[in-house]
Design a protein around this ligand. Structure first.
Ligand code: UDP
Length: 238
């Protein structure tokens, strides 16, 4: 079964901030449930789905470093934050009847499987939603880069990036009324125009592996399945 965009296997990147919902920090269970419902719908349509979850709603290494913490140590704490989020999302998906596995880049065998690429592929072939936790497992990276890395490793047809707005704009549409939305961009446009979609390492990795990035609004309930059908608003980076 193919989606209208023709994607059979996709990776969805959900930032930690998306899990806050309207809150200022932490996790909003209603928001997690909305995202889980959307992922469940896409998985049931026959598309193989894997997820990378961020941790910015709990802890960010860069922010901690700005207050004097050792950067690498802060980044490890940030990676652990993504594991907390992954467990929340796993639980929400299970409540929607979706079989899932959490695979962590930092070994934590009591709560998650260790990340082993070939095993992850096998899980996906069996229809399980694989949640990749702990980013890349390395400090000085982000979960955006982890998303591009895992999507390339899993041979995904696309990386879907759920954000707060319905695509990529020329400026922040929440601050600039003249901001215009792009339907399609190239990787080089994103880098040259400094469009802040994902960090440069993630964009470069996607470009080298010809991995399309689809940016859409994850806050709109039903948006993920809609985008997979090729409907609604989104920006495609190719
Ligand atoms: N992080 C890291 N290496 C990785 C992924 C994440 O060190 O491969 C740390 C980093 O400190 C980051 C934090 O985990 O600030 C949370 O991830 P991120 O900021 O990417 O989450 P998001 O912005 O998506 O919520």
């Amino acid at each position: 079964p193919d989606s209208a965009l023709g994607y059979r296997r996709v990776l969805l990147k959900v930032s930690g901030e998306a899990l806050m919902g309207d809150g200022a920090y932490g996790i909003d269970p209603n928001m997690v449930d909305t995202i889980a419902a959307d992922v469940a719908e896409v998985a049931r349509s026959g598309v193989e789905v894997c997820l990378v979850i961020g941790g910015g709603n709990i802890f960010r290494g860069v922010a901690a470093a700005a207050r004097g913490m050792d950067r690498a140590q802060g980044d490890y704490a940030g990676m652990l934050a993504t594991v907390i989020n992954a467990l929340m999302v796993q639980n929400a998906l299970e409540r929607h009847g979706v079989p899932t596995r959490v695979m962590s880049a930092i070994h934590m065998s009591s709560v998650a499987e260790p990340y082993i690429r070939r095993r992850a592929v096998r899980h996906m072939e069996k229809g399980r939603v694989v949640i990749f936790a702990a980013g890349t497992g390395n400090p000085f990276f982000t979960t955006d880069t982890a998303a591009a890395l895992r999507a390339a490793e899993m041979d995904c047809n696309a990386l879907l990036k759920g954000t707060q707005v319905d695509g990529v704009y020329s400026a922040d549409p929440r601050k600039d009324p003249n901001a215009t939305r792009y339907d399609r961009l190239t990787y080089l446009d994103v880098l040259a125009k400094d469009l802040h979609v994902m960090d440069a390492a993630a964009i470069s990795l996607a470009r080298e592996n010809r991995l399309p990035i689809v940016v859409f609004n994850i806050h709109a309930p039903g948006a993920f399945p809609q985008v997979m059908r090729g409907e609604g608003l989104f920006t495609r980076i190719v």
